[in-house]
Design a protein around this ligand. Structure first.
Ligand SMILES: Cc1cc2nc3c(=O)[nH]c(=O)nc-3n(C[C@H](O)[C@H](O)[C@H](O)COP(=O)(O)OP(=O)(O)OC[C@H]3O[C@@H](n4cnc5c(N)ncnc54)[C@H](O)[C@@H]3O)c2cc1C
Length: 380
């Protein structure tokens, strides 16, 4: 049966996230975009309201939301500011390897005690300076010595790395094997040999700090290996099945915001004696935004629904992520066009939306990699 209605719980969740985005995120978005500050005050309020750590199971003190629930929240939060939303949601991304592959002790320590009770922040460290799309090409090594692993290597583009309390790090336990040699470890800030760089200055999403992680002979106790040696690649792929729908949802939220700004401006701004929205060329840009945003949301919901029902969603998660990323890029670019010269000014909101949009075609697997996945699934 198909049902396009939210249930009561989903409606309440959407309303809570929408109100939070309107009252707490949107008014502060420009400040955190321009000041270079990390949005701690927003994160603290979000945490108190239960809008962070959404995927942490109830037995560890979290709300245990399914992927669809996370998507509903992420669309709303990203509508307010996608940088803030990304900063908020990183704990979910870093929690997935522990939820999917961790043991009881790791779950109660890191998900329950750290994230839920102590309000800590985490980072997800997969990408390296010479390995992004080529996940299995990572070079960080983890060598077993007695009851510990010694980690050496570096990560880059790691969201929340400059402020994170703990790090979920992918490393090679068998460098001679490609994907079969990857494993996942939990590292804590303060451990000898672990350091992080300054936030990287980037085009958009300024509120989500991104940086490097350096590991020099970091001693990691063997109990911090998540799953077994060699499980890393499989865990990373399972995380993508759950994170890509959420990234698509966030892209949809930014696109929706761009459309709303464009509609408002198209009605207000007059040229040649009438609102600019009365010109078909402008009105059709808005029609395309509405149509493609709706399609992106449906792809997001379907890919989330599939994984929530224990069904494979590799292709559908790639559809949702790639399509929503292209929709947000086009919608924000067209919103700037609707605003004309004012759209190019940082004084108006659509300039930031366009800068924030670009990353959706890059992180969590680029748009090209999504098409590699889709075509591979179709041709196999
Ligand atoms: C702001 C930001 C935040 C990020 N946050 C995180 C994070 O928290 N954790 C994390 O681990 N990573 C994170 N990343 C890294 C991100 O996932 C990678 O940047 C991304 O996967 C692309 O990898 P790359 O930059 O090495 O590009 P490359 O892999 O070098 O790709 C360069 C270009 O080549 C194309 N290309 C590469 N291989 C192929 C192929 N086989 N077929 C077709 N085209 C191809 C790509 O699509 C791209 O256009 C973040 C990145 C950014 C910019």
């Amino acid at each position: 049966m198909l049902d396009f209605e939210f249930n009561d719980e989903q409606r309440m969740l959407r309303d809570l996230a929408r109100q939070f985005a309107e009252k707490e995120i949107k008014p502060q978005a420009e400040h955190f975009d321009t000041s270079g500050e990390y949005p701690w005050p927003i994160l603290k309020k979000a945490s108190q309201l239960g809008l962070m750590n959404l995927n942490i199971p109830e037995e560890y003190g979290g709300p245990g939301l399914d992927v669809l629930g996370e998507c509903i929240v992420n669309e709303e939060l990203a509508w307010g500011c996608s940088g803030v939303q990304t900063a908020m949601m990183l704990n979910s991304l870093a929690s997935w390897p522990i939820i999917l592959g961790g043991n009881e002790a790791q779950k109660s320590k890191y998900l329950g005690q750290w994230l839920m009770n102590e309000g800590k922040m985490s980072a997800y460290g997969l990408t390296e300076p010479n390995a992004g799309s080529d996940v299995a090409g990572i070079k960080t090594t983890a060598v077993k010595q007695g009851d510990r692993y010694i980690l050496n290597g570096s990560k880059t583009w790691i969201t929340n790395a400059p402020i994170a309390d703990y790090f979920v790090i992918f490393a090679k336990t068998d460098p001679s094997a490609r994907h079969r040699g990857m494993s996942v470890f939990i590292l804590e800030r303060g451990w000898k040999g672990l350091s992080t760089g300054k936030p990287i200055h980037k085009m958009g999403q300024h509120a989500a700090w991104t940086g490097e992680v350096f590991m020099e002979d970091v001693e990691v106790p063997e109990e911090n290996l998540v799953g077994r040696e060699g499980d890393g690649f499989m865990i990373a792929m399972k995380v993508f099945d759950r994170s890509r729908p959420s990234v698509g949802a966030a892209a949809t939220g930014v696109a929706r915001r761009a459309m709303e700004e464009a509609i408002r401006y198209a009605n207000e701004r007059h040229a040649f004696g009438r609102p600019i929205g009365h010109n078909q060329a402008v009105a059709f840009m808005i029609a395309d935004m509405a149509m493609t945003i709706e399609a992106a949301r449906l792809l997001v919901y379907k890919s989330a629904w599939l994984i929530d029902h224990g069904r494979p969603n590799v292709k559908e998660a790639a559809y949702a992520k790639a399509f929503a990323a292209d929709v947000v890029m086009k919608s924000t670019t067209d919103a700037v066009q609707v605003f004309g010269g004012y759209g190019y000014s940082a004084e108006y909101p659509v300039e930031k939306l366009m800068r924030d949009a670009k990353i959706y075609q890059i992180y969590e697997g680029t748009s090209q990699i999504q098409r590699v996945i889709i075509s591979r699934e179709l041709l196999k």
